[in-house]
Design a protein. Structure first.
Length: 184
């Protein structure tokens, strides 16, 4: 057994005294957050035909919870979004709603049950316009960096084409985003 296999085996048996602490989410609202949610590692990645139910989950959660969706990208093993929540809605509740809706839709499609996304997610509130632009650019370039497409506009499952001046391309987007102005 190699070093990595031994370490993995030991990791399965480690017990932390008092359990692992839970991350405490900020109760910050009235901000835009950059969010990353990862698929559970033991599940198969969604195929191209399963991205539309994920888009539907984003749209349904946005309608129910009332958050703004300022940008997004769906990847085979995770998704990113720029989401704006207003009091009393928290980012945890908004992301939890999307995760629940998406898991329900994927499980129905696959004939399975259970959690689809990793328990924790990563979020950071966007502090200024430059950071918003950087995060939006990063999420749109993600499919290119992963070798899924050559140009960001070729990845159907992102908000990239929402920002074009071509009205037909915007209308063809599977999910329209909310446009916001960030203070400099």
């Amino acid at each position: 057994m190699g070093f990595c296999a031994e370490a993995a085996e030991k990791a399965k048996t480690v017990r932390y005294p008092g359990g692992v602490s839970k991350v405490r989410r900020l109760l910050t609202t009235d901000r835009i957050f950059f969010v990353t949610v990862n698929l559970r590692r033991d599940l198969p990645h969604p195929g191209q035909g399963e991205f539309l139910p994920l888009i539907d989950a984003l749209a349904e959660s946005r309608r129910r919870e009332g958050f703004l969706l300022c940008g997004y990208v769906l990847m085979p093993d995770h998704w990113h979004a720029l989401m704006s929540v207003q009091y009393p809605l928290t980012i945890s509740r908004a992301v939890g709603s999307v995760k629940w809706q998406a898991a329900r839709k994927l499980n129905q499609r696959r004939g399975t049950t259970g959690a689809v996304w990793q328990h924790q997610c990563w979020d950071r509130f966007v502090r200024h316009a430059r950071e918003f632009d950087e995060r939006l650019t990063d999420l749109h370039l993600n499919p290119v960096r992963k070798g899924l497409v050559k140009r960001p506009e070729d990845w159907r499952w992102s908000s990239y084409n929402n920002f074009t001046l071509d009205k037909e391309r915007v209308a063809a987007c599977p999910l329209l985003i909310d446009y916001v102005r960030m203070p400099a």
